[in-house]
Design a protein around this ligand. Structure first.
Ligand SMILES: *[C@@H]1O[C@H](CO)[C@@H](O)[C@H](O)[C@H]1NC(C)=O
Ligand SMILES: *[C@@H]1O[C@H](CO)[C@@H](O)[C@H](O)[C@H]1NC(C)=O
Ligand SMILES: *[C@@H]1O[C@H](CO)[C@@H](O)[C@H](O)[C@H]1NC(C)=O
Ligand SMILES: *[C@@H]1O[C@H](CO)[C@@H](O)[C@H](O)[C@H]1NC(C)=O
Ligand SMILES: *[C@@H]1O[C@H](CO)[C@@H](O)[C@H](O)[C@H]1NC(C)=O
Length: 385
């Protein structure tokens, strides 16, 4: 009895400290401030995190898995972080857990799962894949299929790995221009977006209590609103609310007779339907984070257990408000501080990106294998599997 209760106590202790292996990716690129902040925050929660993301923004590519045909970059990566001539795959010179690759969002996940993590990091399968925070909104069902950031989650889920995607109304910024305080004394929007994402990811991890973070086939996508901390505290702690994805196709094209080509029109998909009632007057509807749970299961019509699954509200953590919630609590927690670091406010200097020479040389030193055979191996592997 005694040893049994000791075992139980030990198990309980272990379940409180769940250190997961987490892969973070983004179609805005590996140098995005919100992605670096998410990596920093998830790591400080005790998780073993890696970033593998594109060297240039890769939006709207859906699930297209595009691997570069060139072992070296033929032009500079975004923000000039990696220069033309550098290998198409490499690490950040200051952190060997942060990688870039020249490929679409889906390709990042495949390169990470099939090469970087097992070969270089000794990690077979990560416990969770997080895509983002990516710029722009993901509202609307059809947009989700066209989106590269969602493509990253689809390939993860098809590999049996729980996946979450985060979107933000804020534009992508480079990590080297991240401010510890904005002009109005608040945290950088990228820091707040990452805090929201890490809070929600951690809430799902804690809720799963040592089990899979999400049931097989399930994913979560979250639309974070525009965080206003550059100018005011108007929207800096948005509550998480459960939403259902819009079902109709929200994309149209128009034929331009003059140019003879088709143009994609501004998508007018109706937004995801928020499931919380009684929010009027309690919160600005523009300052909500819409949380959507989705499933990918091509065999759903045949698998009877699909229809016996627990209600989605049984999967979501309490920080996500669902129908019936009245008082909405901000996603950072009640009364969370969003003050910038006043000892550095306003920032006099921003950290410069690594110099061209340092970045390229360190990457070249770190990447000691033949990139061309790696890329070829990946393409062959993907085609034949
Ligand atoms: C990435 O690879 C593609 C195709 O191989 C190429 O067109 C593109 O210019 C490359 N990007 C960079 C930044 O070199
Ligand atoms: C950081 O602050 C400076 C000065 O106010 C500003 O120019 C820059 O855009 C800010 N960085 C980001 C990422 O917003
Ligand atoms: C919320 O719950 C109420 C009462 O149970 C129900 O009438 C309403 O349709 C629900 N709304 C949504 C969006 O599910
Ligand atoms: C948040 O602040 C309000 C008053 O401003 C207070 O009533 C409440 O207890 C605080 N909540 C927490 C969790 O500290
Ligand atoms: C604020 O900045 C100082 C100086 O860089 C640093 O030592 C401190 O840890 C920072 N505090 C927070 C809360 O980020």
């Amino acid at each position: 009895m005694r040893s049994l209760s000791l075992v139980a106590a030990w198990a309980a202790l272990l379940s409180q400290v769940q250190c997961l292996n987490i892969l973070i990716t983004s179609n805005d690129g590996f140098g995005t401030a919100s992605v670096r902040e998410l990596y920093r925050q998830m790591t400080s929660l005790g998780h073993n995190c890696y970033v593998v993301a594109s060297v240039t923004a890769q939006t709207g590519e859906g699930v297209r898995a595009d691997f570069t045909s060139n072992p070296r970059l033929d032009s500079d990566g975004d923000w000039g972080l990696v220069k033309a001539g550098a290998p198409s795959l490499g690490t950040d010179p200051t952190d060997s857990h942060i990688w870039y690759y020249n490929g679409t969002a889906t390709a990042q996940v495949l390169v990470a799962l099939d090469y970087i993590l097992p070969t270089v990091c000794g990690l077979t399968v990560p416990d969770l894949i997080i895509s983002g925070p990516n710029s722009n909104s993901n509202s609307g069902a059809f947009l989700q299929t066209l989106s590269g950031a969602m493509g990253a989650t689809y390939v993860a889920i098809e590999r049996g790995i729980p996946a979450m995607a985060f979107w933000t109304g804020n534009d992508a910024t480079v990590y080297s221009s991240l401010n510890s305080s904005t002009r109005v004394g608040l945290q950088d929007p990228a820091t707040i977006n990452a805090r929201l994402a890490s809070n929600l990811a951690q809430a799902f991890i804690s809720k799963a209590n040592g089990d899979r973070v999400l049931p097989e086939g399930y994913g979560v996508t979250v639309d974070l609103p525009y965080i206003t901390s550059e100018t005011s505290d108007e929207c800096t702690n948005p509550p998480f609310v459960l939403a259902r994805p819009a079902q109709e196709v929200g994309v149209k094209v128009a034929y331009n007779h003059k140019s003879g080509i088709f143009n994609r029109m501004q998508a007018d998909a109706s937004p995801n339907k928020v499931e919380v009632t009684n929010i009027e007057g309690t919160v600005d509807p523009k300052c909500l984070s819409a949380v959507t749970v989705f499933a990918l299961d091509y065999d759903a019509v045949r698998r009877r257990q699909c229809f016996n699954l627990a209600d989605v509200t049984a999967i979501i953590p309490v920080v996500v408000h669902s129908n019936g919630s009245t008082a909405l609590i901000g996603g950072l927690g009640a009364n969370a501080s969003i003050s910038g670091n006043s000892s550095q406010s306003p920032p006099a200097v921003v950290i410069s990106p690594p110099s061209i020479q340092t970045a390229v040389t360190s990457i070249a030193t770190l990447v000691q294998w033949s990139i061309s055979s790696l890329v070829l191996g990946l393409v062959v592997g993907v085609v034949s599997s």
